[in-house]
Ligand binder design. Sequence first.
Ligand code: URA
Length: 214
Amino acid sequence: MTTPQFPNTTIVDHPLVQHKLTLMRQKDTSTASFRALLSEIAMLLAYEATRDMKLATEEIETPLTKMQAPVLEGKKVVLIAILRAGLGILDGMLQLIPSARVGHIGLYRDPRTLAAVEYFYKVPGSLADRDVIVCDPMLATGNSAVAAVERIKQSKPGSLKLVCLLACPEGLKNFHEAHPDVPVVTAAVDERLNDHGYIVPGLGDAGDRLFGTK
Ligand code: URA
């Protein structure tokens, strides 16, 4: 679903995604379930995010005859996870796109200013002409996603998308002001951002819930 309120944003309102997201939000959901659900939703978000992948045709032989059949065109997709919660999205996406290349970008939020500070960057050698999907479960202030995409754009990828589990109006506004050309795919847009940079109602700290660190 798209809405004029949030430009260049697709909200994946599929009932399975919405149901799984509700389970993830609940505070008593275990770490194991949270992890499994994020992986399942990530696969469904990847399905949506790759909807416009280019196809070429190739001659193949079925047991009955030859035919011109569709195959993916171009270089392998690159998934770039924003550490650390982005790791939780990789798994599910790789189940759908097993040949994808993977990059990682480490950004932490300065607790005082909430600005993104880069501490790690490792992506496949050449992103030129490749479709890149940036993965970050929570588009909260949007500062990490803005910084990550800024950095990745320096390598001139063929296309860029941001996939997140949950967004909020403040994060989407910030992201689209900085990168109006980069589509966002998300499972939901929540009500607001609170004073501590958390999405409300949200699901808490995605990294902590994913890795059981709290
Ligand atoms: N990061 C999280 O993990 N949760 C939020 O609500 C916001 C940022």
